[in-house]
Design a protein around this ligand. Structure first.
Ligand SMILES: Cc1cc2nc3c(=O)[nH]c(=O)nc-3n(C[C@H](O)[C@H](O)[C@H](O)COP(=O)(O)OP(=O)(O)OC[C@H]3O[C@@H](n4cnc5c(N)ncnc54)[C@H](O)[C@@H]3O)c2cc1C
Ligand SMILES: NC(=O)c1ccc[n+]([C@@H]2O[C@H](COP(=O)([O-])OP(=O)(O)OC[C@H]3O[C@@H](n4cnc5c(N)ncnc54)[C@H](OP(=O)(O)O)[C@@H]3O)[C@@H](O)[C@H]2O)c1
Length: 438
């Protein structure tokens, strides 16, 4: 066995897979551990299911990464303090560095009264549900006639997309803490839902908030034009859902009926205050209630606090004086052998392209660390596999992923669908042949 640098990559989203490729191409022996059976992370389980071309293009690239000979894939394995293996277990197995690209799996609860009502959800859970990630697929969700979505980013649009075009609810209200000039979604994404936008309601809402915008020198006309810019290319309506905005409003509490089902959300009106060249929302104290049966918080996520790395401000703590900065960024945690990349470095930030670049840059930092502080050693993948087998659960490897993909393609063809996904771990494992031997 030739000596090689031995690196563990935690998470097989875009950051992990492209990061792993970078390290493998440098000559390291790389093992990717992934919580999910399938690779892809949010590219598989976040990007809207109907974006077939994008998803298939990414899957093809991920397959090429998994085909790299000095790279192993172990899916259905969670790393972390409460996981199947801890960071110390990985060190004991001989890994010389650990790159954490586990995304942002924590939930940013705001601590509002009534958050526990049935019908109150965080976007990630809903997104995982409609993208068929077990166990979210099996969880009950209550999408009522009137649904509120908190936030004004692309995730808000994705949730609205689902509620308007798939769940076909009666009304979707986007509750936005700042104003029409601060929405963050892209015009391209707005095309999916703009046919359902209630333009009369939009005009009334913009008129209502005009004095507040003008007080901070914003132009309501420009802001309106930018929101409706997608109109000419908007998709044809498939439901009668009314989609409207409630600007300059923050949720303060939720109310439910005797069975704990959400019935109302109380919102507080905001004004805008200028701060360091940007604006901030400031509550006015004026509160009102909206009747809704569902509320989805699309306000971004935070990293998993139970993972075993220190967390501050929703993110893993990074060294402020990195030894191996790449493009001015620090990928280093307080543990000298542990690095972070992608959404584990900067939670809920950027597109797949960003995660890909960030994972690659994180690997460049890892590589510098290895070259400067370690000697190539015996990279004992068999010992890792033996340890994993001892967990007594199915360990999904490269060949298994291929079997699963073939089975899903065959199923899609049989059913005349563009894509098909098994929506439980049991079905996926069966398709890969695990159940026969279990
Ligand atoms: C709803 C939504 C829609 C999006 N749509 C688009 C789009 O249309 N186009 C676009 O370009 N970008 C889109 N994005 C952004 C894109 O998905 C992200 O930029 C990208 O996926 C982040 O990559 P990542 O590898 O850092 O994290 P993730 O993609 O989240 O991958 C994390 C991986 O880590 C694994 N993992 C988690 N915890 C552990 C653990 N403890 N142990 C082992 N493995 C673990 C997970 O199973 C997962 O495979 C979307 C994001 C969201 C939320
Ligand atoms: N189709 C796509 O291309 C696609 C789809 C989904 C996601 N993505 C990408 O994934 C990343 C994450 O998307 P995202 O939508 O989660 O994040 P985002 O773009 O940062 O939007 C988050 C929204 O939540 C609001 N918010 C944050 N905290 C809040 C709070 N406490 N109370 C009320 N509102 C709050 C923000 O308002 P403020 O502006 O006031 O902070 C903002 O409007 C982005 O880079 C996005 O582009 C892309």
């Amino acid at each position: 066995m030739t000596n090689q640098y031995f690196v563990a990559v935690i998470g097989a989203g875009p950051a992990g897979l492209f990061g792993a490729r970078e390290l493998a191409n440098q000559g390291a022996r790389v093992v990717v551990f992934n919580r999910d059976i399938k690779p892809g992370g949010l590219a598989e389980y976040g990007i809207y299911p109907s974006k077939h071309t994008m998803k298939n293009g990414l899957r093809k690239q991920f397959r090429q990464v998994l085909d790299i000979p000095n790279l192993e894939y172990f899916g259905n394995v969670t790393i972390g303090e409460q996981g199947d293996l801890t960071l110390d277990d990985l060190r004991s197995l001989g890994f010389q560095s650990i790159l954490v690209t586990a995304g942002a799996q924590g939930t940013k609860w705001l601590g509002l009264p009534g958050e526990d009502q049935v019908g109150v959800y965080h976007a990630k859970d809903v997104v995982y549900y409609y993208n068929q990630l077990p166990p979210y697929t099996q969880k009950p969700f209550r999408f009522g006639k009137r649904c509120a979505v908190i936030g004004a980013g692309n995730v808000m649009i994705d949730i609205a997309h689902f509620l308007i075009r798939d769940a076909k609810v009666e009304e979707v209200i986007a509750i936005v803490r700042r104003g029409p000039a601060e929405v963050k979604f892209d015009k391209k994404e707005m095309e999916y839902v703009i046919a359902n936008l209630d333009q009369t309601a939009l005009d009334a809402e913009i008129q209502r908030v005009t004095p507040i915008m003008q007080a901070v020198n914003q132009d309501p006309v420009t802001a309106r034009a930018s929101i409706v810019e997608a109109l000419p290319k908007g998709l044809t309506k498939v439901s009668d859902t009314k989609f409207r905005f409630e600007f300059l409003a923050s949720p303060v509490q939720m109310f439910g009926d005797a069975n704990g089902n959400l019935t109302e959300v109380e919102i507080e009106d905001n004004i805008l205050v200028e701060k360091n060249g940007d604006t901030k929302a400031k509550g006015t104290g004026n509160k009102r209630r909206l009747a809704v049966e569902t509320i989805v918080f699309a306000i971004g996520d935070k990293v998993d606090e139970s993972f075993g790395l220190p967390v501050e401000w929703n993110e893993f703590v990074k060294s402020e004086n990195p030894r191996y900065p790449v493009e001015g960024n620090s990928f280093e945690t307080p543990f000298e052998d542990v690095f972070v990349g992608g959404w584990s470095r900067k939670a809920s930030s950027g597109l797949v392209g960003y995660a890909r670049k960030d994972g690659t840059n994180a690997s460049k930092a890892v590589w510098q660390y290895l070259r400067q502080t370690k000697q190539p050693a015996e990279a004992n993948v068999d010992a890792v596999l033996e340890k994993l087998r001892g967990l007594g659960k199915p360990i999904v490897m490269k060949e298994d992923v291929k079997k699963l993909e073939s089975a899903e393609t065959a199923e899609a063809q049989k059913r005349g669908l563009e894509a098909f996904k098994f929506d439980s771990n049991e079905d996926m494992l069966q398709a890969m042949g695990f159940m026969e031997t279990a």
